[in-house]
Structure formats: C-alpha cells, structure tokens
Design a protein around this ligand. Structure first.
Ligand code: ADP
Ligand code: MG
Length: 323
C-alpha cells in the first residue's frame, strides 16, 4: 500500500513545480488574495506557500492527507468543474507521500491555529499556535523516499524555471490576487495588488514585453476575448512567451498560436514568434475535455470560428490604420 501510494503520487506530482501548482491552487480555492511562494536551494529542498485564505478546520485537517476515492474525470463535463474538482483530495495526500510537510493554519473564527508535521501521509505532530488567519505549507525533501523519481527530474535550473513559469502563469490568470515569489531571499516576482492587466503583465513579464503590447478584444454570445499582442518589432525565437488562458486556465494550443501568428507572418520571418497574452472566455459546451487535464491541452469545437476572430483582432491591433 505504501508503494502504491508513492507510485500514484508520482502521477500527480511529477516535479517540484507541480507541488507549487497544487498548493497555490488550493490557496486560491481557499479565497486568498495574497499568496507568497518562497523557494530555497535546489528545487527539491524547500518550497513554502503562505496564504491569507480561509484556513483549515479541525475536521479538514484530519482528512486532508487521506487519499480519497479516485475522481471520475470522464464524468466531469466542463472545464470549470475540472479546475476545482480535478484530482479531488489527491494533491495533499500525494505530496505527503513523497516529501516532508510542515503546515500552519488558522481560521478567522478560531482562537488558536494548528501547527502540524506530516510524514509518509501521517500527522506525526500537532500543536496549537498563535498566527493570523491563513495557511502556510513548508515542503522539504521532495522525493526523498523515491530516489527513482528524483533521478527523473531535469537539470535543477530547469526545475527551478518550471516553478517560476508555473507561478507566472497562475499570476497572469488571477489578476485579483497578489503574488510574490522569492528565491533564496531574492524577490523574483511581485505583482503588487494592482488589478490592471497591463501593470500585471509588466510586473510578471517585464517592461520590454509589456511596453510592446497592444490590446484588442472581441465579444459575442459564445466568446469573450481580450488579448495583448506584441508590436511588429518584438519577437522571440520560440513560443514560450505566448500565454493562452481559456476560462482562466493556461493552455497550449498550436492552432490558436498559428491563427495569431498568421497576421504577423507578412512582417516577420517564420522562425520568429510574436509575444502575446490572450484571455479567452468560451462557453464550456464548446470545449472538449476528453484530454487529460494535466496536459494543458484542450479541444475547442468550431475552432475555425475562434481562429477567424483571433485573426481579425490581430489585424486590427497590428495594422491599426488600415481599415
Ligand atoms: P482538493 O483541492 O482537490 O480538495 P487537496 O488534496 O489539494 O484536494 O486538498 C485537500 C483539502 O485540504 C482541500 O479540499 C481543503 O479542504 C484543504 N486545503 C488545502 N489547502 C488549503 C489551504 N491553503 N487553505 C485552506 N484549506 C486548504
Ligand atoms: Mg487541490
């Protein structure tokens, strides 16, 4: 059973970045509007996520690290539901099987908070503590008991960059939440509380990208689209700076990328890529979720319509004087 838990954990927790993703998404689910992520040393050494969300009740604490029954993903009809219900009850159980956890948490209505130590999926220490409302997780020694999984990790720099990338994407898609990311005492990202999308992009992707962006939008019954597209002088050598969010979730979709790039291609060589941040809200009925939700890929029905809309928006944005 211990072995099975570790194998199952490996499917949800592929790398340190997936720990960050699961913890930060839990903080968002807990209603936090201020989330601090701190990492130290190697990617597997130390990950801390602090939030000012609801905190755990005693009851939550007693069951949070137990593996619940496997969620039936095929039965979930829309992306919204996958976002909050996917892997229900699996993340903390998995993390607690492959790393060491310290957890501090307090609800508004409780006088004292709780401080816990969890190892091998079990609470081994529990004390009352004073603290403000919210939750702090400290994860250390990731994959310490699964050396094979640890060996499968990429170069540490790659894993650290995965963590940064994960936080950037979550911060870009949650404008109402303040995010701070600290690495070895140095602030890597600080969104502030500013909710303006361009200011947020500035704080996450930097001034060069942010100052090159032009805004375009479109709205109909089925689609609500807002995009920020680089001007015809700011390009990259790959698609890593193309951010596509569908219903608040980061996705990769080559057809959407190509639809946007099409209008630039009269201006730029084919091996250069525009930068863009694209928010697409779409009727969930038009999304096919038969694809594994961890893969960041979705199928959109009537993709041609969406792509035609995108082509139009880009045309207006990069050739504003034409029509
Ligand atoms: P899920 O998010 O799918 O419910 P998790 O294993 O990620 O499963 O979390 C288990 C439970 O622990 C959550 O349902 C929630 O009750 C509680 N929890 C986790 N993180 C937090 C947090 N940051 N603040 C408050 N409660 C949390
Ligand atoms: Mg969760």
């Amino acid at each position: 059973e211990a072995t099975i838990s570790k194998i199952a954990a490996g499917e949800i927790i592929e790398n340190p970045a997936s720990i960050v993703k699961e913890l930060v998404e839990n903080s968002i689910d807990a209603g936090a509007d201020n989330i601090l992520i701190e990492i130290r040393g190697e990617s597997t050494d130390f990950i801390k996520v602090s939030d000012n969300g609801s905190g755990f009740s005693e009851e939550d604490l007693n069951i949070a690290f137990l593996r619940h029954s496997t969620s039936k993903l095929e039965k979930i009809e829309d992306l919204e539901k996958i976002r909050t219900l996917g892997f229900r009850g699996e993340a903390l159980a998995s993390i607690s099987n492959i790393s060491k956890i310290k957890l501090m948490t307090k609800r508004e209505e409780d006088l004292a908070g709780n401080s816990l130590v969890i190892e091998n999926g079990k609470i081994i220490k529990k004390n009352k503590i004073g603290m403000p409302k919210g939750t702090t997780f400290v994860i250390t020694d990731v994959f310490y008991n699964t050396p094979v999984r640890k060996k499968f990790l990429r170069k540490d720099l790659t894993e650290i960059n995965n963590i940064i990338d994960t936080v950037q994407k979550i911060a870009l898609s949650n404008n109402n939440i303040k995010f701070t990311l600290i690495k070895d005492g140095k602030t890597i990202l600080n969104t502030g509380s500013d909710k303006d999308p361009i200011n947020r992009i500035f704080s996450i992707l930097g001034s060069e990208i942010a100052s090159s962006l032009n805004e375009g939008s479109f709205e109909s019954e089925n689609y609500k689209i807002k995009g920020f597209f680089s001007d015809n002088k700011t390009f990259r050598s790959n698609r890593d700076s193309q951010y596509i969010f569908v219903n608040g979730r980061f996705i990769k979709n080559i057809n959407i990328s190509r639809a946007v790039e099409k209008k630039y291609h009269s201006l730029i060589p084919l091996n250069r890529y525009p930068v863009f941040v694209l928010y697409i809200d779409i009727d969930p009925k038009l999304i096919d979720v038969n694809i594994h939700p961890k893969k960041n890929e979705i199928k959109i029905s009537n993709e041609n319509i969406l792509n035609a809309i995108l082509t139009e928006i880009v045309e207006e944005v990069i050739y504003p004087n034409r029509s």
